[in-house]
Design a protein around this ligand. Structure first.
Ligand SMILES: Cc1cc2nc3c(=O)[nH]c(=O)nc-3n(C[C@H](O)[C@H](O)[C@H](O)COP(=O)(O)OP(=O)(O)OC[C@H]3O[C@@H](n4cnc5c(N)ncnc54)[C@H](O)[C@@H]3O)c2cc1C
Length: 605
């Protein structure tokens, strides 16, 4: 019996009855040693599930999808529990190296970098927010020498994957209606939503579809959601095709190496470990790496594809010298602040989430538990430190949470963010519990960062987590932009809409910044560096760039330069991080990758 059988059963039990035939348990398959497949896909995350689905549309192609984790479960379906999942074995549990300008006062003085280890990958841990970015993000990719990646080229793939459920957007030319991935608003209407929207209007911002014609403005988050439950990549793309005979899925299986013939630099399979046994499986056509920004870069380097100097230090023979691991980019946020209102009915903190009333309404697909990661509003704005020549592209996102860190009675949010109990009690301990209950958050997210990091191996052993240096705020303009984000939030809080609830910032200074004048720019710079937190959007370690560009790892057709039969399709290929959350762009990349594979093997013209 699969060790996860118990949770599989629960998942089906708590999904709406009668069960949607598109959803259900994906059978585990253990390949035979040296079994052959046409395609081997490594990683069943946001991208891998899409690739496996699209490739098995060709009946004569036999596809193996390999995933290190197991199944989703009842808890991972609940949108507001997103932060809880990072405390479970569904998270690989990576952390950064100590950062000079970030995460300075978090647990272990490092940044927590959760990544999904489960069917669906990080789309199971994520906060469900569906954002595509600005058209110029993709035009930039094309301008960097990557034909086929301009916005006009890729919009069709966003639409192909999407099944838009939001009534007012069903006729929009920017949205798709026939895809696998359900996009919806949370059915729960937080009372803060209206206040936020009105505040935006007071400041001259319109309510917008940020995935439509104009990105800048205020909106209710669009989410990867079906009937108030998470619609992960696995639920969307894998479960509906789980009975295809040409698709095999092996779970709890860790790929440790890609097999490459040293003379011809041609791949012939992968090596993996399942239940303590080592296997090799063989690929007749291609191996597709969809192991994510951390996993794909790590596997490439362990297999001899990476920067020679670094691989030599790790005792690994270089087969192809490529700049793997460079170009790491991420979105960083600052979520330590809490805003106090005079009416607890406006907010959703963790005791509300834990109440039986919330649970009962969730069972009907409604209620506060359906808020995507607790988010009730988004705003895309431009700060005055942006030097972007594209005037319509924002450099800052503001995410309004219906609750706040101050209301984290149980400690789940603290664990996700890496905030220490000592810090928590010092900053929020003075607030009586009934006040903490009526708090919410409004966090700035740096969506056009200039700082770039790097990922390196720690050793030649797969099980040693890589060294990850995000280098947040290494470019000081990033820190300045974040302070501008805080100022913008202060403007929002100062509007009539928020002041009718006497909204005010909790003003106990953060430990380590008490010596600075509260609310000065220097104070906020300090506070941001103490408790900066990633939005978990790491991208770019296997950068897409044309042949001849020394920074490139994969070609615009996503083939690894200098290796035959190896493609990468996941967040790692992004040459520049889009001004958006990253799941939707990854799904788009995977849809396009699948079409390119079909074209290259003569199944699509
Ligand atoms: C906590 C959190 C919150 C986020 N919130 C949002 C959000 O609200 N909106 C949004 O758009 N994005 C969000 N993101 C980011 C988004 O989910 C990711 O960018 C996206 O899922 C990355 O997709 P991927 O396919 O590149 O990698 P992943 O989805 O991480 O998939 C990689 C898969 O490969 C598997 N794998 C890795 N190595 C191996 C190996 N050696 N052997 C076998 N399997 C392996 C992993 O287990 C995993 O399943 C969030 C991410 C996290 C972690």
């Amino acid at each position: 019996l699969d060790a996860n059988f118990f949770f599989d059963y629960w998942t089906d039990l708590f999904r709406p009855w009668p069960l949607n035939p598109k959803e259900g348990f994906v059978q585990d398959y253990t390949p035979k040693h040296r079994e052959e497949f046409d395609f081997i896909v490594v990683g069943a995350g946001s991208a891998g599930c899409v690739i496996a689905n699209r490739l098995t549309e060709v009946p004569q192609w036999k596809v193996l999808l390999i995933e290190a984790g197991g199944n989703e479960n009842f808890f991972s379906d609940v949108p507001i529990f997103a932060s809880f999942l990072s405390m479970t074995p569904m998270n690989w549990g990576y952390t950064s190296e100590p950062e000079p300008r970030a995460c300075k006062d978090l647990r272990g003085k490092v940044c927590f970098l959760p990544r999904g280890k489960v069917l669906g990958g990080s789309s199971v841990l994520n906060f469900l927010i569906y954002q595509r970015g600005h058209p110029e993000d993709y035009n930039d990719w094309a301008r960097m020498g990557n034909p086929g990646w301009s916005y006009d080229d890729i919009l069709q793939y966003f639409k192909k994957s999407e099944n838009i459920k939001i009534d007012e957007l069903k006729n929009s030319s920017y949205h798709g209606r026939n895809g696998y991935l359900d996009i919806d608003h949370a059915p729960y209407k937080s009372p803060l939503e209206k206040v936020f929207r009105k505040a935006g209007e007071e400041l001259g911002y319109e309510r917008r579809d940020p995935n439509g014609e104009h990105m800048m403005g205020f909106s209710k988050p669009q989410a990867t959601m079906r009937n108030g439950r998470r619609c992960s990549s696995s639920k969307a793309f894998l479960e509906p095709v789980r009975f295809r005979r040409n698709l095999k899925v092996t779970k709890h299986t860790i790929v440790t190496k890609i097999l490459i013939k040293p003379q011809t630099k041609t791949i012939y399979g992968v090596e993996f470990i399942k239940r303590n046994k080592r296997y090799r499986v063989l690929a007749r056509r291609e191996v597709i790496l969809s192991a994510g920004t951390i996993g794909s870069a790590q596997l490439l380097m362990l297999s001899g594809v990476g920067p020679t100097e670094h691989l030599e230090k790790m005792g690994i023979r270089t087969l192809v010298d490529l700049p793997v691991g460079y170009n790491l980019q991420d979105h960083v946020t600052f979520s330590g602040n809490a805003f106090i209102v005079n009416d607890s009915r406006l907010c959703v903190n963790d005791l509300t989430a834990a109440s039986p009333f919330s649970a009962a309404s969730y069972m009907t697909g409604k209620g506060p538990l359906t808020l995507p990661g607790g988010a009730a509003g988004l705003a895309f704005i431009r700060t005055n430190v942006s030097n972007d020549s594209v005037a319509s592209r924002p450099d800052m996102e503001l995410v309004m949470g219906a609750g706040s860190l101050a209301g984290d009675f149980i400690g789940i949010l603290r664990s996700l963010l890496g905030v220490t109990d000592k810090w928590f009690w010092k900053v929020y301990g003075t607030l009586p519990p009934k006040v903490r209950w009526r708090t919410f958050s409004l966090n700035p997210v740096l969506i056009r960062p200039r700082s770039v990091g790097r990922l390196m191996l720690r050793s030649s052993n797969f099980f040693d987590h890589p060294r990850i240096q995000p280098n947040y705020f290494s470019d000081l303009n990033d820190l300045k932009a974040m302070v501008q984000g805080v100022r913008m939030i202060e403007n929002i809080i100062g509007t009539k809409a928020f002041q009718q609830y006497n909204t005010k910032l909790h003003d106990i200074p953060f430990p380590g910044c008490e010596h600075l004048i509260f609310d000065s720019d220097e104070y906020w710079e300090c506070a941001i560096m103490q408790t900066s937190i990633t939005l978990d959007h790491q991208v770019g370690t296997c950068k897409m760039a044309p042949t001849g560009d020394p920074t490139g790892v994969v070609s615009p057709r996503l083939l690894v330069h200098g290796v035959k039969g190896l493609r990468i399709a996941d967040a790692s290929i992004m040459p520049r991080i889009p001004a958006s959350h990253t799941h939707a762009p990854v799904v788009m990349i995977a849809e396009k990758a699948a079409d390119m594979i079909k074209e290259d093997w003569g199944y699509l013209n």
